[in-house]
Structure formats: structure tokens, C-alpha cells
Design a protein around this ligand. Structure first.
Ligand SMILES: Nc1ncnc2c1ncn2[C@@H]1O[C@H](COP(=O)(O)OP(=O)(O)OP(=O)(O)O)[C@@H](O)[C@H]1O
Ligand SMILES: [Mg+2]
Length: 278
């Protein structure tokens, strides 16, 4: 076969490989439940037995009322909290402790105040005992990509809230985690900054196609970002609805103005309101 013919063949294989990767379960929860303070007079049943899977490369949002166990679930997937029952597998291996191939982003950016923006991003490597200097160019490129060119050497107090969130996104992504876990990362931002951060996250995620689990209270944010939205009941939380979001990618914010988008949001809102009725 000529060299000219080889390239399209390689492209076909790589598409097939990509499709195969996307059909594999990256995250699998089987009967996972959580009771805090078991065996005491005040046990808290945070999460009822819950089972679901996330395919490799899928972006899944968890939507549910306050206190229904969303953060608890995320912490268990991250290996930071042990389930009281059931099992969690990530990449086919049981989750028993935190792993470097998982990136986590919390509600609060939790940057180190004495370190510059770029050193906060590089802290991801320091925390994993990996050489920092080797990754400086990658950290710088990421900061540029989220609109922070010229701010690499600023301390967190010299940055706005939205800029700090961008640094936190870069820190969560710089070591190219296979799985990204995010717990209401933008809830402290005003509506405009939040829209902008959704775009930043979307652009970065679409370039890499990592698997993502994203906790939010915002129906629109969940629908805009995700391939699937899982709706949770009140505590003890369980999944009551699993909605597939059909919009093609890349998406821009204009998708939020379409009838189909607003119908899905309306459906989810109705579901959540019905759960809240006494
Ligand atoms: N370490 C803990 N010890 C005891 N109870 C806890 C602990 N962490 C969480 N809980 C309880 O478990 C339940 C679920 O908490 P969790 O933080 O997972 O909820 P959430 O869905 O993330 O809520 P929010 O949307 O307000 O962040 C709550 O009733 C909470 O009080
Ligand atoms: Mg929470």
C-alpha cells in the first residue's frame, strides 16, 4: 500500500479505537451507600444504595438538592471517603485510595496564597512527588489558554474570583487526569463569570475528551456541559432520573437559547420540584 493510502487507514483505526474506548465503563458504582457515624445514636444515611456507570470520555452531571449526598458520592469516587456498602471501580480497578490519574476540583479554589498562579498549577506535580520544572511549559500554556497570559506570576490575592477559578481548572487538568471530578466549582461566581467558566471548561474538555463527573445545583449548567444528567432524590440520595443530553459538540452558549434545551431544563425542573413536594 502506498504511503498516501496508509494515512486514511490509520485514521479509520484511530476512530474505531476511540469508539471502542468510549464504550468501556470508566467509572462503575455498584450498590454504593454511605452512612456517617454508624453505630452511634445519630447515624446519618447520606446515600442510599446507588448504581451507575460512566463511559470513558463521557461528561456526567449530578444534580440534586442540598444535603442529598452529592459531595459524599464524589469523595467516594475520588477515594477520599470509604463507602459503607457496595463497590466503586475506576478504570476496572477497585477504588481504595486517591490516585494520580484522577483530578479533583472543589467548590473553593483553595489556592496556596504564597504561591504564584503558575506555581499553584505546578503544585499538582509537587503533591505527587513529580519533577515540577519539566512541566512548567505545559502549565504556562494552560494558563494562556484560559486567558491568564500575563498573570502567571500574580499571587491569588492579586487575581479576581473568576481568575482564581481558572487557575484551579488548570491545576486540576495540568497532569492530564483520565477522570476529572468537580464539586460545584463555579457556584461562588456571578452568572456572567459562570457562563464564561463553563465555556472555558467546555473548550478544554472537548480538546481532551477525558471522563468527567460534575456536581451542580444549576439545571442549565448541567444541561449545557453534559452528555448525561443524573438527578438525585433528597437525602438519603439515590438516582431518580438519568437523562441523555442530545446536543452535538462543540457547543456554544447559544445552545441555551434553543427550544430543545429549554424543554430538557423544564423536564428536569419539574422532576426536582415534584420531589420537593411534601
Ligand atoms: N463527615 C460527615 N459526618 C457526618 N455527616 C456528614 C459528613 N459529611 C456529610 N454529612 C452529612 O451527609 C449528608 C450529605 O452531605 P453532602 O455534603 O454529601 O451533601 P451535598 O448533596 O453535597 O449537599 P450540598 O449541595 O449542600 O453541598 C448531609 O446530611 C450531611 O450533613
Ligand atoms: Mg456538596
Amino acid at each position: 500500500m502506498s504511503a498516501a493510502g496508509a494515512a486514511p487507514m490509520r485514521a479509520v483505526v484511530s476512530l474505531a479505537e476511540r469508539a471502542a474506548a468510549r464504550s468501556v465503563d470508566h467509572v462503575a458504582l455498584d450498590g454504593v451507600a454511605k452512612i456517617y457515624n454508624p453505630g452511634t445514636r445519630q447515624p446519618v444515611e447520606a446515600l442510599a444504595p446507588t448504581s451507575f456507570t460512566i463511559k470513558a470520555g463521557e461528561f456526567v452531571a449530578l444534580l440534586g438538592p442540598s444535603g442529598c449526598g452529592k459531595s459524599t458520592l464524589l469523595m467516594m469516587v475520588a477515594g477520599l471517603e470509604a463507602p459503607s456498602a457496595g463497590s466503586i471501580a475506576v478504570g476496572g480497578k477497585p477504588m481504595t485510595a486517591p490516585r494520580p490519574e484522577i483530578g479533583i476540583m472543589f467548590q473553593d479554589p483553595t489556592l496556596l496564597p504564597w504561591k504564584s498562579a503558575i506555581d499553584n498549577v505546578l503544585f499538582a506535580f509537587q503533591a505527587m512527588n513529580r519533577p515540577v520544572a519539566l512541566h512548567r511549559d505545559r502549565a504556562a500554556a494552560l494558563l494562556d489558554r484560559v486567558g491568564l497570559a500575563g498573570f502567571h506570576d500574580r499571587k491569588p490575592r492579586q487575581l479576581s474570583g473568576g481568575m482564581r477559578q481558572r487557575v484551579a481548572i488548570c491545576r486540576a487538568l495540568v497532569h492530564e487526569p483520565e477522570l476529572l471530578l468537580m464539586d460545584e466549582p463555579f457556584s461562588a461566581l456571578d452568572a456572567l463569570s459562570r457562563d464564561e467558566m463553563n465555556l472555558v471548561l467546555m473548550n478544554m474538555w472537548e480538546g481532551r475528551h477525558r471522563t468527567a463527573l460534575f456536581v451542580t445545583h444549576s439545571i442549565r449548567e448541567a444541561v449545557y456541559l453534559s452528555d448525561r444528567v443524573l438527578v438525585m432524590s433528597r437525602r438519603p440520595g439515590r438516582i431518580v432520573e438519568d437523562v441523555r443530553i442530545p446536543f452535538t459538540r462543540p457547543r456554544d452558549l447559544a445552545v441555551g437559547e434553543t427550544v430543545a434545551f429549554n424543554e430538557i431544563c423544564g423536564h428536569l425542573r419539574g422532576k426536582i420540584e415534584r420531589m420537593h413536594r411534601p
